[in-house]
Design a protein around this ligand. Structure first.
Ligand code: F0G
Length: 437
């Protein structure tokens, strides 16, 4: 028997789940993802009881305890307040987080910002930010006695879930839209041993199906509708603040798909501010692909989300009916945020800049940089602002799109920054000539 079964934790009454629409509350570790009124739920912490300080968090950076070295569990009191958390209580720790915050001056010059930083979440164990939420989601799955987990995914959630489930010896079932996820991500789900079901439909169809399947088959759902996934992803914001020595930037910019991540980052920032670890709040900007822009439309029109048929080259954010839109909009409002959209050509040109700088990221991540460029051009972001952009996934998640861009084979995209491979005979003179050109 694994350690987390041997040491059940009593649930302190001070934290709980709350509905984002009505007044209903539920116990912290209850198996549910929605309120009885069907709206989504969020974890409410008793922040009065949280005695974290900058000094405590900074001292953990020098620790050899794997929990302190994890860029998620280092902030454990604000993630899962389960008393004195021990390593045995966490289902799987893979050193998630602790990603690089790049000082991206060169990219900043291209997009018009003098003080640009890029937080590269592609440097997580499975190559995307999803690992931060997954270590928490899988831990909770174990605590409430589940043996199988499932998700619908545009690729990264499934890769992360498959890995963490394998480590924890849980069954993993993945629902993906057939032919619409990048090969790097599909390879990961298959390789880590998940049962991978390709749906004849899009992500939104897969998302609707997986919720039904989990409810009827007793499987734990680890999409970002799961409030504990959000708790783990808050650590991106915590870590950015710690990377910047707790000096708050003017803006945090990130892409939006199912809208879990911007919800998480807003929530984390508000909590960090409430307990006094940061003195002010940054503004947040969420960038959508123009072909998958229901949040942008809702935010611009001041209306509720109207689902769209999504289409974009950034397959990670090809989502037309985002689950977490209500929580997401609330967080954007609380941080005086904005929502923008960029088209596929702008995404791919921004990607070429990010890649050529030596950092590199997958297309959805580069919507961040394209979005910063647009917001600077429109005057929303001042060129002297301190801006942190989040790169959400690794360049190698989608190598096809890279090669097709640089060989000008992407339909409807002008490869403005192509770096095509050069064919040559195995002839020294010819190669010398090519090199000197
Ligand atoms: N960037 C990448 C690389 C992603 O994989 C995702 C989401 C997002 C941005 C958007 O984050 O959904 O929280 O707004 N990918 C999910 C998946 C949907 O299934 O991997 P979000």
């Amino acid at each position: 028997m694994r350690a987390w079964f041997a040491q059940p934790m009593s649930q302190p009454p001070s934290w709980h789940l709350a509905c984002v629409v009505c007044d209903a509350t539920y116990p912290g570790l209850e198996l549910r993802y929605r309120c009885d009124c069907s709206a989504t739920l969020e974890v409410i912490h008793n922040l009065n009881e949280c005695n974290l300080t900058r000094e405590i968090l900074d001292s953990r950076l020098a620790s050899k305890n794997p929990l302190d070295r994890s860029g998620v569990w280092r902030f454990r009191e604000l993630i899962l307040p389960l008393g004195d958390v021990t390593l045995e209580q966490i289902a799987a720790v893979r050193g998630e987080g602790s990603t690089q915050l790049y000082n991206a001056t060169k990219i900043g010059k291209e997009v018009g910002v003098s003080n640009l930083f890029l937080k590269h979440e592609g440097e997580n164990p499975t190559g995307s930010f999803k690992d931060r939420g997954m270590t928490v989601g899988i831990t909770v799955a174990r605590h409430i006695g589940m043996n199988a987990v499932a998700c619908a995914s545009t690729g990264n959630t499934s890769a992360s879930m498959a890995s963490y489930a394998a480590i924890t010896e849980m069954d993993a079932i993945v629902f993906i839209p057939e032919g619409k996820i990048a090969y790097g991500k599909l390879s990961q789900a298959l390789a880590y041993g998940a049962k991978t079901i390709q749906i004849q439909g899009d992500f939104d169809d897969a998302m609707a199906l997986v919720q039904e399947v989990c409810a009827s088959e007793g499987i734990y759902l680890v999409n970002s509708i799961n409030p504990f996934r959000i708790e783990g992803q808050k650590a991106i914001a915590f870590e950015i603040m710690q990377d910047l020595d707790w000096q708050v930037p003017d803006w945090i910019v990130l892409p939006g798909g199912n809208l879990g991540n911007n919800t998480a980052i807003s929530k984390g920032l508000l909590e960090l501010h409430e307990i006094g670890i940061i003195d002010s709040l940054p503004r947040i900007a969420v960038v959508q692909a123009a072909g998958a822009n229901p949040l942008y439309t809702a935010w611009s029109d001041g209306e509720n989300i109207v689902p769209v048929k999504a289409d974009t080259i950034a397959t990670a954010i090809k989502i037309g009916s985002p689950v977490s839109w209500r929580k997401s909009l609330r967080g954007i409002e609380a941080l005086n945020g904005v929502v923008t959209e960029v088209n596929d050509n702008q995404i791919m040109d921004a990607k070429a800049i990010v890649d050529a700088s030596g950092i590199g990221a997958e297309p959805a991540s580069c919507a961040t940089v394209a979005g910063i460029k647009r917001l600077v051009e429109e005057g929303t972001i001042d060129s002297s602002s301190k801006v942190v952009g989040i790169l959400t996934g690794h360049l190698l998640k989608d190598p096809d799109v890279v090669v097709n861009y640089h060989t000008s084979k992407l339909e409807g995209i002008v490869s403005n920054r192509a770096n095509a491979p050069i064919s040559a005979n195995a002839d020294l003179d010819e190669i010398r000539r090519l090199i000197r050109q």
